[in-house]
Design a protein around this ligand. Sequence first.
Ligand SMILES: [Fe+2]
Length: 320
Amino acid sequence: MEIKNTPIKEQKNYGNSVFPYVINGENQKEKSEFLLWVQQNKEALKATLHQNDAILFRNFPIQSAEDFEKMLDAAEFENMDYMGGAAPRTQVTKSRILTSNESPASEAIPFHHEMSQVPNPPNYIFFCCGISAEKGGATPIIRSKRVYEQFQNINAEFANKVEQSGVRYIRVMPEKTDADSAIGRSWKETFQCTSKEEAERKMQSLGMEYQWLEDNSVKTTTAILPAIRNYQDQKMFFNSIYAAYHGWNDARNEGHKSVTLADGAYIDDTVMNTLTEKMKEDTVSFHWQEGDVLWINNNTVLHSREPYQGARKVYASIAK
Ligand SMILES: [Fe+2]
């Protein structure tokens, strides 16, 4: 089977690339053949991913988290642990598959690069649909360089200030995971530890400042992190500004106070609201079909999640 793009109506065309690239497996049944094909074509598939920033595999014989894991193993992506991420998740397979963010169905998860608030974020994030929601529940994606361009177009002076300053993220993490919050992952799970001392060592190693609160939650402030990153000579809106500003709202946190410039100033509300409108032009959102697999270059693409109704199971995995 050759690697060829079979467009879906949601796909965007950017001249020398499409977004996402879509490979249709045409419902071939043989799992072992499919895995062999992935293994034999792994370099070409990765080149296609780098050219187009995301690949959707549709109608391939993927029926479980285990199949998804085997596909990633066949492509020889180097697995990465989820240390430092904010989202409540459950480990599904032994090594590399977790549920995607299990935060409440009624809430959208705003656009973000995976783990952009830690010093070494994954190069890749992968999703696989186990159960497609009755309504909603897409995983919208957008090219980060387009967001950077829009950010500049809206207010170049502010954009340059953010770029030069960098940003800090402020988040209160509970002792026990709060399933009612998209950023409710406990500090114990986040840092994979059981004691405050261990957590402190992890936070220090991540360059975070911290303050223990009365209820054993911890208020963390990251080091100054870059807001804009260069990736292969292109500027990316690589940060969690959008996600923190729009999404870090729960019993412990307020989004618009969750991200600051280096000097402590908050992010401009008008810029953020305009950016949200402008991003719609470049957003791709397709309804998940069961067995769909999405490969994303986390350096160049932001992803999000729509609210949904009914059961939904989407698996996630990250790689170095
Ligand atoms: Fe994510």
